[in-house]
Write a protein that binds this ligand. Structure first.
Ligand SMILES: NC(=O)c1ccc[n+]([C@@H]2O[C@H](COP(=O)([O-])OP(=O)(O)OC[C@H]3O[C@@H](n4cnc5c(N)ncnc54)[C@H](OP(=O)(O)O)[C@@H]3O)[C@@H](O)[C@H]2O)c1
Length: 261
């Protein structure tokens, strides 16, 4: 039975990844800050899916705690064959005049931890000749909405570069770039529905599509036809037009709040 390590497993997409992977008979290592929620989830997964579920609490904004997770990924006696770098947090304020420390923490979780954990996992997986890494970016990576867009653009580009380096090793790298998804992200940030229901995706379909893309070795995963089309259109637009759309106050508010929790 293969083992998967999921960051941000206590809620939202990470929680759904844990359920879908455990149901597919994978042992899981669950990482996030909230040890209580992880313990409860681990108990449910053991009972419902009959898998091993390990709890590894860590604040990924803290470098020593990221290293603890990296050590787990490097452990040759307990190989991890799938890493999901999913944890995301947010800033919720402008960069200019905002709290720099909040932007730095978000950057540590969504950029530095992704790099460190990918490095640990890729090294161990390449030695074994198989494995997969899923890094959660966002459709916001294609826009210019605050440090959140910049961090997610880093994840997308980094994952493409990683996929190139990994070619022929038996290890794959996939960047998941979802649009709006019903998770705790918006609830934590106090967002009320300001978008039509058609704009929203559910975590179960996003995760199912992402895992199918991982299985076929896709480098970029953009779940749903509508966000696939939006993504391609955005990529083809002149950047001036992207900046114009990115300056829309409603979108900016959403992205700020998406990255706030
Ligand atoms: N929801 C959307 O519309 C959307 C769209 C595009 C991309 N995304 C991305 O999807 C990913 C998952 O987000 P979500 O929507 O599932 O949000 P969510 O429901 O709020 O879950 C976020 C997860 O990240 C964990 N986390 C936050 N800060 C952390 C830290 N410092 N250290 C360790 N874990 C931390 C949280 O766990 P603890 O609180 O227990 O630490 C939680 O498990 C994020 O990378 C996000 O940027 C979301």
């Amino acid at each position: 039975m293969a083992t998967v390590l999921i960051t941000g497993a206590s809620a939202g997409l990470g929680l759904e990844l844990a359920w879908q992977l455990a149901t597919a008979r994978h042992d899981v290592v669950l990482v996030s800050r909230d040890a209580g929620r992880l313990e409860r989830l681990a108990g449910q997964l053991r009972a419902a899916a009959g898998v091993d579920a390990e709890v590894l609490p860590a604040d990924l904004a803290e470098r020593d705690q990221v290293e603890k997770v990296a050590q787990r990924l490097r452990d040759p006696d307990r190989p991890v064959s799938f890493l999901a770098n999913n944890a995301g947090l947010a800033v919720g304020e402008p960069f200019v005049g905002g709290d720099l420390a909040a932007h730095e923490r978000a950057h540590e979780v969504m950029v530095r931890a992704v790099m460190v954990l990918s490095h640990a996992a890729a090294g161990a997986m390449v030695e074994r000749g198989r494995g997969a890494i899923l890094n959660v970016s966002s459709i916001a990576a294609l826009t210019a909405m605050g440090t959140y867009s910049a961090d997610k653009a880093w994840v997308r580009t980094f994952t493409e570069a990683l996929a190139i380096e990994l070619k022929g090793t038996g290890v794959t790298a996939t960047a998941l770039c979802p649009g709006l998804v019903h998770t705790e992200f918006h609830q934590r940030a106090g967002i009320t529905d300001t978008y039509p229901e058609i704009a929203w995706l559910n975590a179960d379909s996003v995760v199912a599509a992402a895992l199918a893309d991982v299985r076929r070795g896709a480098v970029i995963s953009t779940p749903s036809l509508r966000y696939g089309i939006l993504s391609e259109v955005t990529r083809l637009l002149p950047r001036a037009a992207v900046r114009a759309v990115s300056s829309d106050k409603r979108l900016r508010r959403h992205v700020a709040q998406e990255s706030e929790s």
